[in-house]
Design a protein around this ligand. Structure first.
Ligand code: HQG
Length: 215
């Protein structure tokens, strides 16, 4: 499993740090009196190991980013994170963005998108909606205008069909600025698009000529 570059793991919106540093922040109890807090913490932990730093608990992501649930839970427990199967299933079922999927036989789990480790999700190229959206913040506008949208530490650039989703993505970093992407023109020019299981549109790079910046 190759990492895309040194020190490029991202655990949440505002955070880029090497695995071992971020690891310290994920330490905590996963079963408390506060179910919502448990779900949130467990979701962050799962994002961390299933998207960015599996080696931190001694697991490897297999084809498509899948991991045996038993292996994940055993290894997590051995690293001080005891999560019940029940809590795990609840996180997968109730996660606000449907970030994770369990295989049909119930034995494997993966993150639906957002990886920084080098996994092939096995998604088929799809025809995108004519327009897609990307939420960002002011300070990135000049480099985006120059270079286009880069995938950065992740496997893909993340785009959304609706504007509201882009607003909440941008908001993680400050006042959101919404870019409109001419996906139809990109697609016609041969750029490939993928749709993750949880409805995120993915592509490798968006050149600046396909981006409409707000006036
Ligand atoms: C910006 C969350 C400078 C880009 C969200 C963004 C999403 C550039 C940041 C998912 C640039 C990358 C992904 C360039 C792009 N120069 N900055 N050329 N090109 N950028 O986190 O799209 O909650 O990797 O605008 O909801 O913000 O984790 O990508 O601000 O779905 O499940 O560089 O992560 O999902 O940031 O978010 P990110 P993103 P989860």
């Amino acid at each position: 499993m190759n990492r895309l570059g040194p020190q490029r793991a991202i655990v949440d919106a505002n955070h880029a740090a090497p695995c071992s540093v971020v690891w310290l922040e994920t330490i905590g109890e996963y079963e408390s009196d506060d179910l919502m807090a448990d779900l949130r913490k467990t979701s962050k932990f799962l994002s961390y190991v299933l998207r960015h730093c599996p080696e931190e608990i001694g697991i490897e992501l297999g084809d498509g980013g899948w991991v045996e649930v038993d292996t994940l839970l055993n290894q997590a427990a051995q690293h001080g994170k005891s999560i019940s199967r029940e809590l795990l299933d609840r996180v997968v079922r109730e996660n606000d963005k449907q970030r994770f999927a369990i295989s049909e036989d119930g034995r494997r789990i993966r993150a639906n998108q957002g990886h920084s480790v080098d996994v092939d999700l096995g998604l088929e190229p799809r025809t995108p909606p004519n327009t897609l959206h990307h939420g960002t913040v002011e300070r990135f506008l000049a480099p985006i205008a120059a270079d286009g949208l880069d995938r950065g530490a992740r496997r893909h650039v993340h785009l959304s069909r609706d504007r509201e989703t882009a607003e909440s993505v941008g908001q993680r970093r400050g006042a959101p600025i919404i870019l409109r992407i001419d996906a139809a023109a990109m697609h016609a020019a041969g750029h490939e698009f993928y749709l993750s299981e949880n409805g995120v549109w993915l592509t490798d790079h968006v050149p600046p000529q396909y981006i409409e910046f707000p006036k």
